[in-house]
Design a protein around this ligand. Structure first.
Ligand SMILES: Nc1ncnc2c1ncn2[C@@H]1O[C@H](COP(=O)(O)OP(=O)(O)OP(=O)(O)O)[C@@H](O)[C@H]1O
Length: 248
């Protein structure tokens, strides 16, 4: 297998912290537009894997290739973000005192700068993009309200919308369903399914109902390596996965 034609390609990646192998010969390949769910027990290396992809942590060895050809291990976090790898952390960070719509506009701003953006006239294309994002994140009807008034789940959606405004090729999403109501959780699965295809999506999650609702290939990490990979039914039936994770 080569990196050619892949969105993300990790091969033989290892990283050691103070003699402890947090990531151990990890290999992971995503096709463009694919969505992948990553599960595994606490300490399995899920966060460290995302830190490696985004350039926060440098691996000791192994290949990390983006878009079939870009060696991410040579780039820093800013370069990697600029290339089109967006990350959503667990806790939502939106501009609470700004409107929902302005949050999207601020994220869209990019090079134009924040002050030039609010109150500036949008081009037809930009306005259509904002509308599309607001509909996608289920906040079209609340666009004029301040973000601080949204529920926790809606803030998570808004932050996903802010990432989308930057049009990343790859989106890394850390435990989006944590703290959400059951209805919000299922809505989030639908939302991410709508995003995949146009974007490559990696979702780290502990909520198995949510992972099932995503209906995508699942990678189970354990002690820094891939323990199992396949459909949710396939990995759920794997005795090793039950022993280290699901059965606990
Ligand atoms: N900067 C660091 N220095 C030392 N050890 C670290 C560092 N970052 C992570 N680790 C260790 O590496 C291992 C993998 O941690 P990581 O956070 O990637 O796991 P995780 O799968 O994301 O777990 P969780 O589900 O709890 O978020 C853990 O044992 C952790 O303590």
């Amino acid at each position: 297998m080569t990196a050619s034609g892949t969105a993300l390609y990790l091969d033989g990646v290892s990283v050691t912290f103070d003699g402890f192998k947090a990531i151990n010969e990890l290999s992971l390949v995503l096709r463009p537009g694919e969505m992948r769910a990553i599960i595994g027990p606490n300490g399995a290396g899920k966060t460290t894997m995302m830190d490696i992809i985004t350039g926060k942590t440098r691996p000791d060895r192994g290949q990390v290739i983006f878009d079939g050809e870009v060696d991410l291990t040579r780039l820093d976090e800013t370069d990697i973000a600029r290339l089109g790898i967006g990350r959503k952390f667990q806790k939502p960070t939106v501009f609470e005192t700004h409107s929902v719509e302005d949050n999207i506009l601020l994220a869209l701003a990019g090079k134009r700068g924040v002050f030039a953006t609010l109150g500036a006239r949008l081009s037809g294309d930009e306005a259509r993009r904002v509308d599309r994002i607001l509909r996608l994140i289920r906040l079209d009807g609340r666009r004029k309200e301040i973000a601080g008034a949204l529920s926790h789940g809606q803030k998570q959606w808004l932050e996903i919308g802010m990432l989308l405004a930057q049009n990343p090729k790859v989106l890394l999403v850390d435990e989006p369903a944590a703290g959400m109501t059951d209805a919000e959780t299922m809505e989030t699965a639908d939302l991410l399914k709508e995003i995949a295809g146009e974007h490559t999506v990696v979702v780290v999650e502990h909520d198995m109902e949510f992972v099932r609702a995503l209906g995508v290939k699942v990678t189970v990490l354990h002690e820094g390596s891939v323990l199992a990979e396949g459909s949710i039914d396939h990995v759920s039936a794997d005795q090793r996965v039950i022993d280290v994770y699901l059965g606990r």
